[in-house]
Design a protein around this ligand. Structure first.
Ligand code: AMP
Ligand code: MG
Length: 477
């Protein structure tokens, strides 16, 4: 049993299409996130039962669930798509968790909807496991994110480059409203619906904005602030989202849509992962620029309801968007300083990134080994991350001048020892496709405590060997 309390379904009919998920022919539970279920006040035992699995696969519609596909639009890689929407996802409904926060329960990969265009509405096993692993790691690392409640296989084959086992992910989010949801109504000149959506978002995510002089403007600024801080957090982990399209920018500020995303191994600021991102639009270093661009699209979509006077509306919008860079820079500087165990020192941080680039230092190990040195360990493993030992020793000498031992605790909390390295994720997916989920379980368990030393799992710290390097992750979801 799930105690649903649905609000989105009460919005005007233009907001969604009522549609039931497909009935998976032979659903099997791959993984239930019991800890998350408990946190959300859901009955884990029931979820893992045949009745629960039927709901998690779309084979049955739970009592109180009112499945729907949400309407939205979006800019994808800069190009405008007036109609996207949930083409392979069903919002089952909402719950209010014991923390008082309302959450969406959504199935992803659960069949076609009126928004599917040419897609089949399905998900292959690989992308479902990738999203499970990476989103749960993000949560463990303290990054705002949608969560993975469960993964089930459907017993169906889906056609991708080859035939693949089908699967469904149960995604939990503070909501699935995106920048693209606002764009959908803006593009259709439906100002009334735009206002209804803004009111909905304010009530659900930014209630404090209600008492301000201009709640819509306050909401815009608050969304901007959450995005700026979120992107800084990604960058501090070497994370590249890969598809920062406006339909993948969630209004509540959680990381959403783990498609061709990955964490960098060897550092280079221009690293991209998506095979369709030829121009580096969504490269690691370019993420804040795209963040501003995406927030500008939100600001633009809000213009009709920001102010009665158009010029004033534009000025208000511009003012809100302008705030991004300071908030982002402060968050990134503070985050990188914490990783280095120093007070903010822009010049030293610039030098550090230059050296890391020149030596293609492994991003995660650079900071993890530095933390070990800060805690009294030897320099050896750190020095080995560089092409030349001299350069490593020189950098360490400069670091020792600015390092503050009082900041060691913060360093440990900022520098994961374990991340979902792309080659590990690919390895897990290959095994799972072959029917073996042991490596999936193992990786999940290692990543539950990413900041804690686990000497018995030290092989999970390692970057890929030359033949393990994954060159591209595909959008093939
Ligand atoms: P994404 O790249 O995951 O953000 O998805 C972009 C859009 O494509 C969304 O509207 C999705 O619903 C849609 N989409 C992606 N894959 C499929 C699929 N297999 N079937 C139908 N729609 C899809
Ligand atoms: Mg998306």
């Amino acid at each position: 049993m799930i105690t649903f309390d649905n609000t989105y379904v009460q919005l005007p009919s233009e907001f969604f299409a009522r549609v039931d998920p497909d009935k998976a022919p032979a659903p099997k539970l791959i993984k239930l996130n019991t800890a998350l279920a408990n946190e959300l006040g859901l009955d884990a035992e029931w979820l893992a039962s045949p009745d629960g699995i039927a709901v998690l696969s779309g084979a049955a519609v739970a009592i109180g669930s009112e499945p729907l596909a949400m309407a939205y639009a979006g800019h994808q890689f800069g190009g405008w798509s007036p109609q996207l929407g949930d083409g392979r996802a069903h919002l089952l409904g909402e719950i209010v968790a014991p923390d008082g926060i309302r959450r969406d329960i959504q199935l992803k990969g659960s069949g076609a909807t009126p928004f599917s265009r040419n897609g089949d509405g399905k998900a292959a096993l690989g992308p479902v496991l990738r999203e499970y692993i990476v989103s749960e790691f993000m949560a463990a690392a303290g990054v705002p994110t949608t969560r993975a409640l469960a993964a089930v296989s459907t017993g169906e084959r889906v056609q991708r480059e080859t035939g693949m086992p089908g699967a469904v992910l149960t995604r939990i989010a503070q909501s699935h409203v995106r920048v693209g949801t606002f764009q959908y109504f803006f593009a259709r000149k439906q100002s009334e619906n735009l206002q209804i959506l803004a009111d909905y978002v304010i009530d659900r995510h930014y209630p404090e904005a209600r008492n301000s002089e201009n709640p819509t403007l306050t909401m815009l600024s608050a969304v901007m602030e959450r995005q700026a801080k979120l992107i800084a957090k990604w960058m501090c982990l070497g994370f590249i989202h890969g598809v920062m399209n406006t339909d993948n920018v969630q209004i509540a500020g959680e990381t959403i849509d783990y498609g061709p995303c990955a964490f960098m191994d060897g550092f280079h600021p221009n690293t991209v992962f998506s095979s369709i991102d030829q121009n580096g639009r969504y490269a690691w270093v370019n993420q804040p620029n795209i963040g501003v661009w995406n927030i500008s699209r939100l600001a633009e979509a809000l213009l009709p309801i920001l102010h009665g006077d158009e010029d004033t509306a534009v000025k208000l919008a511009e003012g809100a968007v302008e705030g991004f860079s300071d908030i982002f820079n402060d968050a990134l500087n503070a985050g990188i300083a914490a990783k280095l165990g120093i007070n903010v020192d822009s010049a030293f941080m610039q030098t550090t990134f230059k050296v890391m680039t020149d030596h293609s230092c492994d991003f995660t190990l650079f900071f993890a080994e530095l933390t070990r040195i800060a805690a009294g360990g030897s320099d050896d493993a750190f020095v080995d991350l560089f092409v030349s030992q001299d350069a490593a020793h020189r950098w360490l000498e400069a670091w020792r001048v600015v390092f503050d031992p009082a900041l060691l605790g913060g360093m440990t909390a900022a520098n994961p020892v374990f991340i979902p390295r792309n080659h590990r994720v690919e390895e897990v997916i290959s095994s799972a496709i072959a029917g073996d989920f042991m490596s999936f379980e193992k990786l999940i368990s290692v990543l539950e405590t990413p900041f804690v030393e686990q000497p018995e799992n030290s092989e999970y710290e390692r970057p890929p060997t030359a033949d393990q390097v994954v060159h591209q992750t595909f959008c093939g979801t």
